[in-house]
Design a protein around this ligand. Structure first.
Ligand code: FAD
Length: 265
């Protein structure tokens, strides 16, 4: 949940506080529903941690924690890890380094106008958009990770994470359907960025006006004409996206230089 004062934010920026809160929630709340990690589940979690450790676009305590977690998971001979051991490592690492991975959840660009709106699912979308853009910008970061052989590693890891761990099961089913229909056709890093953008817009369209729609941040095709005029065109009176300009916009919006550390921990 979110509490405390409203934090002013700029919709044209991405806040590291949201990304850190996503990881905090994921590690401490979402994963806690799984008493033990084993087999395929454990592999999915390892791949997720590796992906974030390699592609998180800015340095600092988050990436250090994810690197430590990744090394620890990869070095473990165990087939089965109690969730409590993951939590102990996260807590311990925090004590040693004196840094926090979100002692509290601090939503900024993902703030809801009331409790129960936005927050974690918003931050998870944001995190994966950032990772697709970073993979596009620096693909060699995945060399040697075991993920570099996959055609669209960020999407594939996301697909497996959502299917296995995402608390919203209905969301997981929808996403899996979309992935099964077209994710295998994604073979370039540009398409990886655009596939996620397009899929997110499909979800926005489906959910516009639903209960999860925050009146202060209504769901709509994104980016809006105000955010990216060049993304929008008209052809014979019909709205069409200019994909080259959308790609350029996504690279800028979710790129490392547009990350705002304000409110970060
Ligand atoms: P979000 O949709 O979460 O978007 C977060 C931010 O991303 C926006 O504020 C905007 O800055 C940016 N953004 C918006 N659109 C795009 C885009 N196309 N490309 C790039 N950036 C964009 N909820 C359901 O009720 N049913 C579902 O089936 C469902 N499926 C989901 C599947 C996944 C994988 C995830 C992560 C979430 C899903 N959700 C679903 C939750 C839902 O999509 C929203 O995340 C949630 O309702 C919060 O909405 P929001 O207003 O914060 O905006």
């Amino acid at each position: 949940g979110t509490s405390g004062p409203w934090r002013d934010f700029d919709r044209s920026q991405v806040y590291t506080a949201d990304l850190e809160s996503a990881l905090h929630y994921l590690l401490r709340v979402e994963l806690a529903a799984h008493g033990t990690l084993e087999g395929a589940e454990l592999k999915v979690f390892k791949d997720f941690v590796t992906l974030v450790a390699k592609l998180y676009p800015v340095g600092g305590s988050v990436v250090k924690l994810m690197e430590t977690l990744s090394d620890w998971l990869l070095g473990l001979p165990l087939q089965q890890i109690p969730y409590q051991a993951v939590l102990d490592l996260v807590d311990n690492k925090m004590k040693i380094s004196g840094v926090f991975l979100g002692a509290e959840l601090r939503w900024v660009g993902c703030q809801g106008s009331r409790l129960g709106l936005r927050g974690y699912p918003c931050s998870l979308w944001t995190l994966f958009h950032v990772l697709t853009v970073q993979h596009d910008a620096a693909p060699a970061a995945l060399d040697g990770s075991g993920l570099e052989g996959e055609a669209a590693p960020v999407l594939q890891v996301m697909r497996r994470y959502i299917r296995t761990f995402f608390g919203c099961k209905e969301c997981g089913r929808h996403f899996e359907q979309a992935a099964a229909a077209s994710m295998d056709q994604v073979t370039s890093r540009e398409d990886e960025v655009l596939w996620l953008w397009n899929q997110h817009n499909r979800v926005n369209t489906r959910l516009a006006g639903s209960l999860s729609d925050d009146p202060v941040s209504p769901k709509a095709p994104w980016p809006s004409p105000a955010l990216c005029p060049a993304c929008h065109e008209e052809s014979n009176g019909v709205h069409v996206w200019n994909h080259a300009n959308v790609l350029a916009f996504l690279r800028r919006h979710y790129g490392a230089s547009n990350l705002n550390p304000r409110y970060s921990l």
